[in-house]
Structure formats: structure tokens, C-alpha cells
Design a binder for this molecule. Structure first.
Ligand code: FAD
Length: 400
């Protein structure tokens, strides 16, 4: 019975589960996997040592895998480091995924990514950064490039009260669970987006789990997938919903994203990036089978539409600030990136009125575009994993 729960149209969306799975497998997932490897999309500039505005950082990281592999330590000016980190032994700073390719070309800013603005969190710093370019923005110096390909989102051992506190705050303080249908569509949507993202994070933990610490063997943990996601049909539904919501934002901003500059100083790679973006944005199969993954025109329409929109923006700003409190560096990296991606999707669907010409109204920063496409890729991976593993798990075929 459970197996058939995910048929029909994805709630509040415009395409059915079967179509989404098919399109994802055939069209979206292959292109996205290629796209996120390109130089433009694999480097994310982020402030990792942020002060949590809510609680002191309690560093609940159990595994070294928690730490992010940035540029080699020698390249990194001492003054940029967080005082909390200076107390750690050098062993704690060993980059577990450190490979020669981990070195990031720090001159990248001067020769590539031209014409983009970048700030650590446009949702909390937005007033200060209007029209300020990367080099002029004071906080940019505290930001560091992370190669996302070398820092995959997976099990890190981050758990317990610290992790729970973040999720609790995200849900209860900013985005209360809405038990009844009386609540407006807009607020329900914020909850579903967060829940969908939470499902996706859990799916990635299950897909790449440390099975045996002694032998450092990694693999799938299907019991965890069932316990945290599959046994709750609404979590699976919210994952699909979030995927379609973000997909809609990407296709809605197609003209803007197509014209954006993806130059990184490597013409071959940059051409590839542009062509992959085109493939994704104007895919005929996608346009034929699911032309409107989510209908934002139905949003913000009620009597108190503008007020709700403002409230949601405020709540989202808090959620985004909470990511600085995630006590595990790699989780913080992916938390910040994905929440920024969600915010960017919301921004596109907030600011773009179907009647207006996109190019005139929409302004995105480089990090927002990187976060948006990497988030779409993460969601696409989660949908694939759930679709592939779900039915057999639900039929009780886990070989334990
Ligand atoms: P949690 O996942 O912590 O869930 C807490 C409670 O939230 C659950 O008991 C349930 O009531 C509710 N809940 C759970 N899922 C959903 C859902 N989809 N929708 C609605 N409600 C839900 N750990 C890693 O190993 N790797 C990571 O990359 C990673 N990234 C993280 C990023 C962030 C931003 C945060 C806050 C945590 C991250 N963690 C990561 C920790 C991880 O998400 C869990 O918190 C941790 O594994 C403990 O899991 P848990 O079983 O206690 O349940």
C-alpha cells in the first residue's frame, strides 16, 4: 500500500510523481550532475567561521569528516581565522578529503566571475550590499572558497542536542508546523520547503554513511533512510514538492540565467557550463511533460498577500541566520548553501511577476545562482535515491 502512496499529482504542484521521476532520471539528473562539476558551479564562496547570533558554537562534531576542506592552510591568512579555531590542535585541522586538487586558485576573483556581486548571506546582509562588488565588500575578505566536489554532503556524525536545537528552532520558532488546513497556502509552503530540505539532508546521510569507523568503510544505510524519511509519507511528498518548487524557480528565471556570465577564465569549461544551462533551462522534454512544475501565480494572492509575503521573508531571514549556528563545519557549509538556494528560489518567485520582463526586475548574486543550481542537484539526487530504494524498502526487502 505504501508503495502506491506516491502516485498522482504532487500536492500543490502541477506534475505527477511518475513524470517527475521520469524527467529527473532522463533529463535533469544527468545534466545537473555535469553542471555542478564545472568550475563556475563547484566553487562556493562562504564565510564558515560565523558567529552564531543565538547560541555559542558548541562544536558538536564527532568525526573529522565534519571539517571542510578549503584551500591549504598555508595559503590562509591567520587573521581570517576564527579565534575558536586557533585553539584546536593541528590534527583537528587535517583535511580528511585533502587532495592536491583541493587547492583553490585564490586569484580567481580578479580574472573570473566578473560582473557578479557576492555576499555571505544576502538575506541578512542585503541592505548593506546593494551594488557592492566582491572586492569592495568588507566581509568578502572573511569568506573562503570551498570546492563543493571535494566536500560532499554526507554522514558527519553531527547529532544530539546541538543538531536537534537547530531543527527545533527552524520548525518551531520560525516555521511552526501547521496541523490544520485552515492555515494559508503561503505559510504551509514555507514549512513544506524546510521539511523537504530536511528530508533531502537525511537522504544524503543515508546514501553516504560511515558503516564501519574502524575500517573507514562508507556505504548506504537503508534502515536510516526508512526510519527518517520513507516511513513518513509527508516527508517524501515534501521532498518532491521542494524539488518542483526549486525547478520552477530555475525555469522561471530561465532568461536571466541563460544570459548570466559563467566565465571562469577557462573557455572550454565555460562553454560547457553555458550549454548545460541551456539544456536544463529550455529542455523540450521538460517543457512538454511538466511545463509548470509549480504554479506560483496562486501564491501571494489572498487578501493579506503582501503582508504574508513580508512575514515569510522575515521568517526566512531567521532560518538563514540559524545556519551560522550549525556546530559542524561541513553541515554548516551545505546548510548555508541549500538555505541560500531555497531563498533564491523564493526570491525568484516573489519578485517575478509573470507579466514583467525578467531581466528588468531580477538581480541575483553569483552565490545565489551557485546555491540554486547545487540545491536543485541535491534534491534531484535525493529524489532518485528515494525512487530507486523506496519501493523495495517499503516491501520489507532490506537485507539487514
Ligand atoms: P533529525 O534529522 O535531527 O530530526 C529532528 C526532528 O525533526 C525529528 O525527530 C522529527 O520530529 C523532525 N523531522 C525530521 N525530518 C523531518 C522532515 N523531513 N520533515 C519534517 N520534520 C522532520 N548530519 C550529517 O551527518 N551530515 C550532514 O550533512 C548534516 N547536515 C545538517 C545540516 C543542518 C542545517 C542541520 C541542522 C543538521 C545537519 N545534520 C547533518 C544533522 C542531521 O540533520 C540530524 O540532525 C542528525 O543526524 C540527528 O538526527 P535525528 O534522528 O535526531 O533527527
Amino acid at each position: 500500500k505504501d508503495k502506491h502512496k506516491y502516485s498522482g499529482v504532487v500536492e500543490d504542484c502541477c506534475c505527477d510523481y511518475e513524470t517527475v521521476d521520469h524527467l529527473n532520471e532522463q533529463v535533469l539528473h544527468p545534466s545537473l550532475q555535469e553542471l555542478v562539476k564545472t568550475p563556475f558551479f563547484r566553487y562556493f564562496k562562504v564565510k564558515l567561521w560565523c558567529d552564531c547570533p543565538f547560541w555559542p558554537d558548541d562544536g558538536m562534531c564527532r568525526l573529522r569528516d565534519c571539517s571542510v576542506c578549503e584551500c591549504p592552510d598555508s595559503e590562509f591568512p591567520e587573521s581570517f581565522k576564527n579565534p575558536l579555531r586557533r585553539g584546536l590542535s593541528s590534527e583537528d585541522l587535517v583535511c580528511q578529503e585533502g587532495k592536491p586538487q583541493a587547492a583553490v586558485d585564490r586569484t580567481l576573483d580578479s580574472k573570473a566571475f566578473r560582473g557578479w556581486t557576492v555576499t555571505d548571506n544576502p538575506w541578512t546582509n542585503d541592505d548593506e550590499t546593494d551594488n557592492v562588488t566582491d572586492s569592495a565588500f568588507p566581509f568578502a575578505a572573511e569568506m573562503t572558497y570551498v570546492n563543493l566536489q571535494l566536500n560532499p554532503e554526507r554522514y558527519t556524525g553531527y547529532t544530539g542536542p546541538s543538531a536537534r536545537r537547530i531543527w527545533d528552532a527552524v520548525y518551531s520558532e520560525n516555521c511552526p508546523k501547521y496541523p490544520s488546513e485552515e492555515l494559508c497556502q503561503e505559510e504551509k509552503i514555507l514549512y513544506k520547503l524546510i521539511s523537504g530540505l530536511h528530508s533531502s539532508i537525511s537522504v544524503h546521510i543515508a546514501a553516504d554513511y560511515l558503516l564501519d569507523e574502524a575500517t573507514n568503510s562508507w556505504g548506504e544505510n537503508l534502515t536510516l533512510l526508512y526510519d527518517r524519511v520513507l516511513r513518513y509519507p509527508d516527508r517524501v511528498r515534501n521532498l518532491y514538492f521542494t524539488f518542483l518548487f526549486v525547478l520552477r524557480a530555475v525555469t522561471k528565471a530561465a532568461d536571466y540565467l541563460e544570459q548570466a556570465e559563467y566565465e571562469t577564465g577557462n573557455p572550454t569549461e565555460d562553454l560547457k557550463t553555458q550549454s548545460l544551462m541551456k539544456q536544463l533551462l529550455y529542455n523540450p522534454k521538460l517543457q512538454a511533460a511538466c511545463p509548470l512544475p509549480f504554479d506560483e501565480a496562486k501564491l501571494w494572492k489572498g487578501q493579506s498577500g503582501p503582508e504574508l509575503k513580508q512575514r515569510i521573508q522575515g521568517q526566512f531571514r531567521n532560518i538563514s541566520a540559524l545556519m551560522d549556528c550549525v556546530g559542524c563545519e561541513k553541515c554548516r557549509l551545505w546548510g548555508k548553501l541549500q538555505v541560500l538556494g531555497l531563498g533564491t528560489a523564493l526570491k525568484i518567485l516573489f519578485s517575478v511577476n509573470g507579466q514583467e520582463h525578467l531581466g528588468q526586475t531580477l538581480q541575483l548574486q553569483r552565490n545565489e545562482v551557485i546555491a540554486l543550481m547545487n540545491l536543485l542537484n541535491r534534491l534531484s539526487e535525493s529524489v532518485i535515491f528515494v525512487h530507486e530504494k523506496g519501493p523495495s524498502i517499503m516491501e520489507g526487502q532490506i537485507s539487514s
